[in-house]
Design a protein around this ligand. Structure first.
Ligand code: SF4
Length: 472
């Protein structure tokens, strides 16, 4: 219903807890915003890998009975919004396979840009794939690796894939967690301290909000090119590949991640507030109130209001209890889809000059409806401010985006977009301002911003070919 880039996937892994599957399930619950199509948990009791996955939301898929069928002290979990492969149960994760290296389950957040090439090569050699998802490539590469130990085979497989991957893997007695050498997608490591009756638990998750729910403390991020292994011998880490120039996804800070998470070691809430403050400095305007588009525009709006001294007012209220499909009356209601989710507060907006803050404009269709809704509620002026630059190019690193043809920022100038959405003025945060708001860039924290620049950091993907195919 909203015109947004769609979150990719969330992963979680637990090593060394008697209720590992339950903790993985709780972690997935905290990561639900990263994917709502399917979810799954695989567990191990030291010998057998068990798996449950289904389409739907985490809370609907798991119950006491299902979790009781996932015993053991090791578990991994995945929540998915499809990026590659269709969204059928077939492609839900974790993926579990039996191969010459034993039983392995894998959960992946990201997108492998050379998956199609590798798959074609394997299929020519007679390999049969169970899914249409790019993630399965990794398990085939592990199975076909000439390395004799599983750890070396995983390292070998990860060196052969290109693109974005934060992966967690489960074998009967080990948990592996690894990030691609550019570190596109986040992956944090934490621990639940030992008690008198329990030993220390090692946990991994896409975002630290998952740690808060299970009582884990954030320790550090898995580094780009690093693989951390937790097993009976303890925890050890190695670099399976030399890190490449870091390209953390800056959109995690703009929109994807929860504001209560630390992502790439930095509080998302702080980044968003600074985006709002910077936006107020770059694009000031005389107005009566600052109104966020809930929920993702709230923190940036708070920053804008604090910096500009213009009061923040909740002029739009979001209904959180909207399901996937709703029956529209035969006599169609204008902007029905948006009205289901957002409702204007007339007494707040009436006669006011409104600064409306949102985190992005993708196609422009939703922004147009929201501006109209605010005007219909009596606002005198609507000044739209966006807490990132115009999105002009699709993402190939694990985010579902429209084609370049559909991105309004790729096809219209800012004044043209302003006219299309019906605002009085429109300004975006500059890329430099966004980078500054997300923290000082160092070798370890520098950002991917390809969807704002059209310049891609990976070599192997032929982006122009993909774009040409999209246009067809
Ligand atoms: Fe993130 Fe955009 Fe880069 Fe994709 S292209 S990884 S959404 S910054």
């Amino acid at each position: 219903m909203f015109d947004k880039f769609r979150e990719e996937c969330g992963v979680v892994a637990i090593y060394g807890h008697s209720e590992a599957a339950k903790l993985a399930y709780l972690g997935l619950h905290a990561l639900q915003h990263r994917g709502q199509e399917s979810a799954g948990v695989a567990s191990s009791d030291g010998q057998l890998l068990r798996l449950h996955k289904a389409m739907g939301l985490v809370a609907d898929i798991f119950n006491e009975e299902v979790l009781s069928r996932l015993p053991g002290s090791l578990a991994i979990g995945h929540t998915r919004y499809s990026t590659t492969g269709d969204s059928a149960l077939l492609n839900a994760q974790p993926i579990r396979v039996e191969c010459n290296k034993g039983s392995i389950a894998l959960a992946h957040n990201g997108n492998l840009v050379n998956a199609a090439d590798i798959r074609k090569r394997f299929e020519r050699q007679g390999s049969i794939f169970q899914t249409t998802s790019d993630s399965e490539i990794i398990v085939h590469l592990i199975a076909q690796s000439r390395e004799s130990s599983l750890e070396e085979a995983i390292a070998d497989a990860l060196r052969r894939v290109e693109g974005a991957f934060s992966v967690v893997m489960l074998t009967p007695d080990h948990v592996f967690a690894a990030r691609d050498p550019r570190g596109f997608r986040p992956l944090a490591m934490g621990r639940i301290p030992a008690t008198a009756s329990t030993r220390e638990t090692v946990v991994f998750a896409s975002e630290t909000c998952a740690f808060d729910l299970i009582g884990a403390t954030y320790e550090r991020d898995v580094k780009p090119g690093e693989m951390v292994v937790a097993g009976p011998e303890g925890v050890h880490s190695r670099f399976y590949a030399s890190p490449l120039p870091t390209t953390n996804c800056i959109f995690e800070h703009v929109y994807f991640s929860r504001p209560d998470s630390l992502v790439f070691g930095r509080p998302v809430q702080e980044s968003r507030e600074l985006m709002g403050r910077q936006l107020a400095r770059e694009a000031p305007i005389d107005a009566d109130i600052v109104v966020p588009v809930p929920d993702s525009g709230v923190t940036a709006a708070m920053g804008f209001a604090l910096e500009s001294g213009i009061p923040l007012q909740f002029g739009l209220i979001r209904n959180h209890y909207v399901g996937r499909t709703f029956i529209e009356p035969e006599q169609r209601v204008r902007d029905f889809g948006v009205k289901l989710k957002l409702n204007p507060v007339r007494n707040v907006l009436q006669g006011k000059r409104v600064i409306l803050i949102d985190d992005s404009i993708v196609r422009g269709t939703t922004s147009r409806k929201i501006v109209r809704m605010i005007r219909d509620a009596g606002a005198k002026e609507v000044h739209m401010r966006i807490s990132c630059p115009p999105t002009i190019s699709p993402c190939y690193y694990g985010v579902d985006t429209p084609t370049r043809e559909q991105l309004i920022g790729a096809n219209k100038s800012v004044p043209e977009i302003c006219e299309y959405i019906g605002a009085d003025t429109l300004s975006y945060l500059s890329l430099e301002g966004l980078r500054r708001a997300c923290g000082e860039e160092t070798e370890e924290t520098s950002f991917c911003s390809s969807c704002y620049t059209g310049k891609y950091p990976t070599n192997w993907v032929d982006v122009h070919q993909i774009q040409a195919a999209e246009v067809k």
